[in-house]
Write a protein that binds this ligand. Structure first.
Ligand SMILES: *[C@@H]1O[C@H](CO)[C@@H](O)[C@H](O)[C@H]1NC(C)=O
Ligand SMILES: *[C@@H]1O[C@H](CO)[C@@H](O)[C@H](O)[C@H]1NC(C)=O
Ligand SMILES: *[C@@H]1O[C@H](CO)[C@@H](O)[C@H](O)[C@H]1NC(C)=O
Length: 249
């Protein structure tokens, strides 16, 4: 794909890139949101429109490819599998025969406990992906050890400590674009449109990556929520009279 993978965009290393390339690799909030929506739509298609449903099993930034228009495509179906048909009265303790797939930092917690891959596992991966995209932190970051993981880290920072959590590139965008609108009061993030959208995205990421598989969001709901957020963001952060000088998709 023309624009490489999401991994290249999220974690470019400054040492090896020239200044201009570095500029080029900065993903704006709306671009990240668009990519998240593309990926959620792809998962929704695999889970709900394919017959039998398909579980991707290895959703992560390096498997998300960007075309010339920055449209995201989910690639690498090397670990993908069909959802097995429900067997009446099959006992719940059937152990996974296929082994634990996926990638460190992205493996759903239930897979380590003998559960089979499931669409809920893909939703977990999507949640972690969303958190990685907007915090700029990899789930394998060395700060995540013992009981601290990306999910908990984001969860405890909500909603008041968004500034600490957010990818510095996004904070830079917020400052440059004058999106620190003062709506309700002068100080709290409640009046800050940009941060309030970030909070909403992070909340979706957190609720997709809760430990209990069945309590995770449904991907079809996620698609709806992200699309509404995108619409609201464009209305509020880029009112119509302003020239939109970058490609929104
Ligand atoms: C990118 O967008 C242009 C203009 O809409 C379109 O002609 C082209 O086919 C798109 N490229 C891809 C890879 O979809
Ligand atoms: C399967 O479960 C149903 C309801 O739980 C029960 O009526 C039926 O006897 C079970 N069949 C077998 C083969 O265990
Ligand atoms: C915001 O700041 C201005 C001046 O700095 C002040 O007059 C106004 O009362 C403040 N508004 C609120 C809601 O605190």
């Amino acid at each position: 794909m023309d624009k490489g993978s999401l991994q290249d965009w999220l974690h470019f290393t400054t040492q090896e890139k020239s200044e201009s390339q570095e500029e080029h690799k900065k993903l704006r909030f709306i671009q990240r949101l668009n990519i998240a929506i593309d990926v959620a739509c792809a998962l929704d298609y695999l889970h709900n429109d394919c017959q039998p449903p398909i579980i991707h099993c290895d959703l992560k930034p390096s498997n998300i490819l960007l075309d010339e228009n920055m449209t995201a495509h989910v690639g690498d179906f090397g670990l993908a599998r069909f959802v097995p048909p429900a067997i009446p009265n099959s006992s719940a303790n059937s152990k996974s025969s296929t082994g634990v797939g996926g990638t460190i930092g992205y493996t759903p917690p239930e897979l380590g406990m003998g559960s089979d891959a499931s669409i809920y596992g893909d939703v977990y991966n999507f949640g972690i992906l969303l958190l990685e995209m907007f915090t700029g932190r990899k789930p394998t970051d060395e700060m995540f050890k013992d009981n601290l993981n990306l999910h908990n880290y984001a969860n405890v920072a909500l909603p008041d400590r968004m500034m600490h959590l957010t990818d510095p590139i996004l904070l830079q965008e917020r400052d440059e674009h004058g999106m620190k609108y003062k709506v309700n009061d002068n100080t709290s993030s409640a009046g800050d449109i940009f941060l309030s959208f970030l909070v909403k995205v992070i909340q979706i990421g957190v609720s997709c990556s809760v430990e209990s598989p069945k309590e995770r969001k449904r991907i079809s709901d996620v698609v709806g929520e992200l699309n509404s957020l995108r619409k609201l963001f464009l209305e509020q952060a880029y009112p119509k009279e302003k020239v939109i000088s970058f490609n929104l998709h």
